[in-house]
Design a protein around this ligand. Structure first.
Ligand code: AMP
Length: 220
């Protein structure tokens, strides 16, 4: 039995980050989040980061070839027995097609694509209240999931910050981009019988339970 390959998708604010933290520890997966990798590249000022920053600040997707190149290195470096959770990739059908080729070269398939669904008005409310730990990336929400002490991460005491692209304009743009470019990716995986839709507009523990159920029942 090969190691698990699980994808998690959903619009910005669907709670992917929170659920991904649970999934990686529960199923011993390597967490590969393109958004986190790109934010690291921006902070480090690498050539990729310099190129990425404008797209990210505007809430636009980076060109496919840049992100596919970034993923190719990660996928090629995976150990055969290492499970992986892809978070934030693929975001376009072209990326999904490229991923199928990359995984095929390693004789890996996709176990399940978790699609976390939340109504748009709930997403806007969530994103405007979102704070993230600078050190471990754990997300909080000042309204629905606040840290014990304001501005401080419960897990490691790191400083919490708000992302530049969680501003009102960028949020609206990111949601429109998601509908136009990323929602078709769900259809791509639905046709392959890999899509598992989960209601993300329920308490965190319920969402977690639904995701666990999808993973358990995914064909192995
Ligand atoms: P995220 O943290 O997943 O919301 O990603 C933040 C931003 O990084 C996105 O709004 C895009 O600008 C960029 N990004 C992350 N993943 C991808 C991807 N797979 N394709 C293109 N752009 C991406």
């Amino acid at each position: 039995m090969s190691a698990r390959t699980i994808l998690i998708m959903g619009p910005p604010g669907a709670g992917k980050g929170t659920q991904a933290s649970h999934l990686v520890s529960e199923y011993n997966l390597r967490h590969v989040a393109t958004g986190d990798m790109l934010r690291d590249a921006v902070s480090a000022g690498t050539p990729l980061g310099v190129e990425a920053k404008g797209f990210m600040d505007r809430g636009e997707l980076l060109p496919d070839d840049l992100v596919i190149g970034l993923l190719r290195e990660v996928i090629a470096g995976l150990r055969e027995d290492q499970g992986v959770l892809l978070d934030g990739f693929p975001r376009t059908v072209a990326q999904a097609e490229a991923l199928a080729l990359m995984l095929g070269e390693l004789d890996r398939g996709i176990d399940v694509v978790l699609d976390v669904q939340v109504p748009k008005e709930v997403l806007v409310e969530r994103l405007s209240g979102r704070w993230i730990c600078r050190t471990c990336q754990t997300p909080y929400n000042v309204n629905s999931n606040p840290p014990a002490a304001p501005g401080v991460c419960d897990k490691d005491g790191g400083e919490l910050y708000q992302r530049d692209d969680d501003s009102a304009d960028a949020v609206t743009n990111r949601l429109d981009v998601y509908t136009a470019q990323t929602a078709p990716v769900s259809g791509f995986y639905r046709e392959q019988g890999l899509l598992a839709e989960v209601n993300g507009n329920q308490p965190l523990a319920e969402v977690r339970r639904s995701l666990d159920g999808c993973i358990t029942s995914a064909a192995r």
